[in-house]
Structures are given as C-alpha cells and as structure tokens.
Ligand binder design. Structure first.
Ligand SMILES: Nc1nc2c(c(=O)[nH]1)N[C@H]1C(S)=C(S)[C@@H](COP(=O)(O)O)O[C@H]1N2
Ligand SMILES: [Mo]
Length: 319
C-alpha cells in the first residue's frame, strides 16, 4: 500500500457536510411518517432490487444503530473519491472513475466449505435477509488516514446463520470477484488475485461486524465495494473486503492477500493498535480525511467492545 502526501487530500468539509445534511433531510422528507412507523415496527422498505442495483438509489426505512458514533461524518465526496481498491488501481483517486461501469447485477455469492449445505445466494436475496440499519463507524486505513462513514447494512452474523456453518468451522474466508476485463488492476500482479480476507468465527459473529450494501442512505457506490462488502470498524481497512462473491468456512486460518504479499507488515488479525507500529511507519496517530490535524489512534479504533475476543492473546505477536 502506498503512502499519500497530506496535500493529496482535499479539505472542503463544510460544503460537503452541508450536502450530506441535505441528503438526510431529503431522505427524511421522502420517507415521512410511514417510513418511521415501518422502522419502529421492524419492517424494511428497500426499493425493488433493480432500483437498489442502481448507484445512488435511496434505501428507505433505515434503522438507527446504538453502535453509531456521533463524530462528524466525512464528506461523501472524499469517501467516494479517495479509495483503496487495487482491483481497479493503486491510485486512490482512480477507482471512482474506473469502477463506473462495473457490473454489480446479476451477482451471486457462493457459500462453501464447512457448511451443512453448499449453496449459491443471489445478492438481492441476501440484502433482504434482515432490516437495513445505518451504522456510523470510524474506519482506519493501515496507511494512517481515517474516515467516518454512515454505512448501510445489517450484522454479518445474520448471513452466517443462513449459511449454516458446521461446528468445526473456525474461520470464514471472503473472496472478491475476479473479473480482469472489468477491473484493470487485476491485470497487474500487485496482489495475488482474487483478493482474499478472513476472520475468526467469533470475530465474524460479533455484532459490530457489518454486512454492507449501502452508504449515506443510498446503494453502495461501485468504488466503495458494491454490491456487497464487509465493514469491520475495529480492524484496519484492508480486512473489510469489497465486492464479495464467496464465503468459505474452514477449520484453518485463511491466508489473506495482504498477509501473503507482506507477512511482516500485515498480520491476519490487523486490529487497529496504536502500540504496534507498521514496520515502515508509526500507527500511533491518524489524519481524518478533510482535516489537517493529527489525532491519536485508539486501541481497537475505539471499539472496546471487541477486547474480550482477544483476551489472553499477545497482540504484538498476533498483530
Ligand atoms: N476487494 C478489495 N477490497 C478492499 C480493498 C481492495 O483493494 N480490494 N482495499 C481495502 C482497504 S486497504 C481499505 S482502507 C478499504 C477502503 O474502503 P473505502 O474505499 O470504502 O473507504 O477497503 C478495503 N477493501
Ligand atoms: Mo487501507
């Protein structure tokens, strides 16, 4: 992963935050009391799958989450124009343009490995499994920048339960689509494609782990991982794989793409940890997109709820 200069990141926070607030006002006005009532009753009011497939389609009936931070949300413009998505490009400004025509429908997700029954799920049936929530999470990239994003999705555990993993499944592995004709970065061997990530089962089942298909009240933009990604706010960003086509349950720790390419730099756990530096840079502080000052990085990115998952582990060794 490359390091960007501070001057590479724009800082037009005020304008874009206004834009975000307007979006919110629009969503509320459009939804009205019906949506609020539906949210209370626990119904989801997603639009039809074909509409959700369209970038910028509004997702209605969003439930608020007690896991959300109240910190200032990063401007939509920054979150959608500064992306790590090596399948498209190693230049963070390029995925927004290069992913414009990426095909996210039809889309299926294969469920393999240690499960009761292997199956193929359509992404739109996955999206309908549970009520969509808005989760405003901090997200910390291993390279030292952070963002605050109102993701849309539901707990990853809901999907895992549907997969019916066997008792000996200890890990879940996520694989991203391999489509070099659509993803120019996959023609370059920067990583061993397709992109693979993994979690221990108890991490994947933790209520903070989000299966994500939207952001800012809308369907996920292609450059942010449409149609389906995971979001793991206590881990460095690269653990949150985009454009997932496969879930494989296994009894062995998966070999993830970044760990394979540079094992001394990117560990399997990759929990945000200000006390364990990357071999080439400090992880003690971070810069939020849209800001100039540095802020201290927090253990588990401030998500202390996950600490018990790692009790008894040496997080300097299992970094
Ligand atoms: N398939 C895939 N998923 C990926 C990546 C990638 O290159 N390919 N980059 C990761 C990294 S390093 C980060 S920081 C986040 C960035 O997510 P965002 O662009 O939505 O902010 O996506 C992660 N998921
Ligand atoms: Mo990252």
């Amino acid at each position: 992963m490359l390091i960007k200069k501070a001057s590479d990141i724009s800082a037009t926070e005020i304008t874009s935050k206004g834009l975000y607030l307007n979006r919110r006002a629009f969503i509320t006005a459009a939804g009205g009391a019906g949506v609020a009532a539906a949210a209370i009753a626990g119904f989801r009011e997603l639009r039809s799958p074909s509409e959700v497939a369209q970038a910028n389609a509004k997702i209605e009936g969003l439930q608020k989450s007690s896991f959300s931070t109240t910190e200032t949300i990063t401007p939509y413009k920054d979150v959608t124009n500064y992306n790590n998505y090596y399948e498209f490009s190693t230049d963070k400004y390029e995925p927004a343009g290069l992913a414009k025509n990426f095909k996210t429908r039809p889309w299926t997700v294969n469920v393999e490995g240690l499960v009761k029954k292997k199956k193929t799920l359509d992404v739109d049936s996955i999206i309908k499994l549970s009520s969509p929530e808005e989760r405003i999470y901090r997200h910390r990239c291993v390279e030292g920048w952070s963002i605050v994003v109102p993701w849309v999705g539901f707990p990853l555990s809901e999907l895992i339960k549907q997969c019916e993993p066997l008792g000996n499944a200890r890990f879940v592995e996520f694989t991203t689509i391999y489509a070099p004709n659509q993803m120019p970065g996959q023609k370059i061997p920067v990583l061993d494609w397709p992109y693979v990530e993994g979690l221990r089962m108890d991490e994947a089942m933790h209520p903070l782990a989000l299966l994500c298909f939207g952001m800012y009240g809308e369907a996920l933009p292609n450059q942010d991982g449409a149609p389906l990604r995971v979001v793991l706010p206590w881990k460095y960003g690269f653990k949150s794989a985009k454009a997932i086509v496969k879930l494989r349950f296994t009894d062995r720790q998966p070999v993830n793409s970044w760990g394979k390419s540079a094992p001394s730099e990117y560990g399997f756990y990759s929990n945000v940890n200000p006390n364990v530096d990357h071999p080439r840079w400090s992880q003690a502080s971070e810069r939020r997109l849209g800001e100039f000052r540095k802020r201290p990085t927090l253990m588990f990115n401030g998500y202390d709820q996950v600490a018990s998952l790692y009790s008894g582990m040496d997080l300097k060794k299992d970094f």
